[in-house]
Design a protein around this ligand. Sequence first.
Ligand code: DLL
Length: 441
Amino acid sequence: MIFDVEMETMQREELSKIQLERLKHVVKGAYENVSFHKKAFDDAGIRPDDVQSLEDLKRLPTMKKSDLRENYPFGLFAVDKSKIVRIHGSSGTKGKPTVVGYTKKDIENWAEIVARAICCAGGQPGDIFHNAYGYGLFTGGLGLHYGIEHLGAIAVPVSGGNTSRQITLIQDFQPRGIAGTPSYILNIAEEMRKMGMDPRTTSMEYGIFGAEPWSEELRAQLEEEFDIKAIDIYGLSEVMGPGVSIECHEAQNGLHIAEDHFLAEIIDPKTGEVLPYGQEGELVFTSLTKEAFPVIRYRTGDIAALNPEPCKCGRTMIRMSRIKGRVDDMLIIRGVNVFPTEIENVLLSFRELAPSYQVVIERNGALDRFEIHCEITPEFLRRLEYAERLEDTKDVAILLRKISHEIKNALGVSVILRIHKPYTIPRSDSKAVRIVDNRHK
Ligand code: DLL
């Protein structure tokens, strides 16, 4: 089912017209109402009237996360506080949180975008929907919630955590859809198995997973564990929250961007130059409809590519590739650029390993030392002969050699592997911590 057939299957020419009209409006509003944008435009020698075509977008100044921090808390709001009805933000683990605001209209648009997204994932009105994204300042919980209601589905607002209660509710309420971070939903499967249950026997048919980078291998595990379709959803609080883009269940190949609300570009993260379709680089978004918190060329720090090819689902909205990782999370291991998702793809192809892993970075003199910590599954542990240290068993030694070989093959670097017993790597209720950086401790 396509929620808004007219919009989602619109011909490019017509869509471009709408986009341009909205772009002009948003640029003018940001310039007139937010001193940060006025200054950025003035410094670049650009006036809102200079935007006469979508091509002109690339002449506008970009903005990034530090601009939100510097204007904390409300400095980038474009409307009076009396018009704001909600605030969200990041958790602020690295200093002050970043804050974003929404007007009533913004919340309505967001709800509609997410309703569209749920349909794109295979959901429909009447579905019972288990929402395991955290409710709070994080946009995941409430973002999905309003979309579920807008669609006419039934929201089960469980939020993250308390895994045994999640399992009871899944059994009792029989949801068709589920949402949460992919790593947390896999924890639910793990917990079910510990309790002697088979996750494949639940009522669930599709899952909407995102908020953290994840790999094709993780998708395969989620689909196999629960016997569901696992759909990738993307978004960020600065641009709105979940729903900026989502895969369709028909193709599961690239995430359709809600292009009537967001213009996407890919730029070279070093030079800022706009890259053509198909080339990988940093995703940049411009909001077209947001009233409270317009963003103009917001540099997300996320790495992806754009694909304008028609999709078999019939939607004409262009697709972005699954996020490879964040620019800041890129590891440079002896000169080779590696994203945690690439490591994940290799690790998860080994059925002896659980889907939990961490990359630990230590300072080793003038060099960085990267250790990959992974964990064996309980099933594999049961098959091993006893040894004081895991590494001393023959089967584990063979496994470690195989993994090292595969990592070298796939990534072109050798890494230090550390293997652990089941359930020893910390699990998270929301975004998994994949990189532990001990260099500056
Ligand atoms: O994570 C919004 C969200 C909630 C998206 C629920 C999807 C589902 P933030 O906390 O602001 O917002 O974090 C945004 O998370 O810049 C990406 O680095 C990462 N991210 C979000 N979705 C994906 C995804 C929410 N599908 C940051 N794949 C973004 C990879 C993702 N990374």
